[in-house]
Design a binder for this molecule. Sequence first.
Ligand code: PLP
Length: 467
Amino acid sequence: MLRYISTRGAAQSLGFADTALAGLASDGGLYVPEACPQLPASEIDNMANQQYLEIAWRVILPFVSDDIPSEDLVKLLRRAYKGFETPEIAPLHRLEDNLYVQELFHGPTLAFKDVALQFLGQVFDLLLEKRKSRVTIVGATSGDTGSAAIEAFRGKDNADIFILHPKGRVSEVQRRQMTTVIEPNVFNIAIEGSFDDCQDIVKAMFNDARFREEMRLSAVNSINWARILAQVVYYIYAGARIRDKTGGPVSFCVPTGNFGNVYAGYVAKSMGLEVEKLLVASNRNDILHRFFTTGRMQAMAVEPSLSPSMDIQISSNFERLLFDLYGRDGGMVAKTMKHFRSAGPFELEEPVMKQLREIFASGRVDDARTGEIIAHTYKKYDYLVDPHTAVGLGVAQDYLAQNPEATVVSLATAHPAKFPAAVEKSVGHAPELPAHLADLMTQQEKYTVLPADLAKVQDFVRQGARK
Ligand SMILES: *Cc1c(COP(=O)(O)O)cnc(C)c1O
């Protein structure tokens, strides 16, 4: 039996199903597996010729098998990824012999969050069906998460989903991807306020124990273990294929916000994939780059950038890595995180940083250079990238300049058409939306405008949700 334990050491350990449905642990920590299942090197070598879904089944099964039997997992994965535009799911695109882009944007909402949320949607469906239970999902979004979550839960019998976005402060493509979904279990709320107001209201709903119980509230944010798990798969998919070509190890470059994606790369490495370096790429909001450089984790005000999905100052999934760095001492993690949230910066000692730098390196790309990279990549390779992907490519190229013998897979986290303004400014024309979204800009929208007022939002959720 694989159990999941909290990074803060005080919550009860749980099996996979309870971990996935709970999201956050009751002590405020994040769940991680008690021991990481291993993949033998020979098996990873064989994966160079296997299809994505086959690899996904093999990677995920040992983490879930107590709650999702093998045959159910096969069917679940097929359903989760059938809406992807290519059967490769996460294809590799070669730019140079030592630089590849892995395209993670072929899902329904054109961002890599679909890889995780389509899986999570199916996991919830299966587990809730077994338990004859239902949930009300609430979340706040500044862009990509909301639409990916809505796509994953639209039309589901056992879940209603309420997504709050700051009115007038998400891009038109992002808003329409949410508001044109008209299934009766989907509720979009435009809050008259900022993203922080949206997030505060969601937090307050979870902190209201009676409301949480009454509505069976559930969260699907990036700290959910099942999301991380789905993301481990594409690292192993790419790593096996690159190794097959070059015979050597691979490095990954990851445009990072909440540290969820790059943490999944760390799990792939922990399972046995040979990874040389995980490169953490930041935009101007470079708390992680400053941390990897100085050993000091210090939040600053968030500034808007061309890559808004990385405009974050506190990377919640970093706590999972910290747990390992502290020798899995939950008490130490709890103390550090409480201090960080209330009093401010913390520092890691040099031996710990040295251990960290064996695995991770980091870099920062500002808006001006992001635009240059979009233009340069188009000119040199005839390949359009979105601003998040461009930040990753910049850091990947800097790393290759220092380490010419390395091979880097740089993750493309969004389709260029999702951020048309930034792309058009750099290359002179806007990218086209893929066929399945061609009529996005003319479809009917459905959403409700509410003030940034907890009681009003709670009333709306109570009235809308099926019990
Ligand atoms: C969410 C997001 C990121 C950041 O991913 P994390 O897992 O939070 O590090 C990067 N790029 C895009 C396009 C995203 O939507």
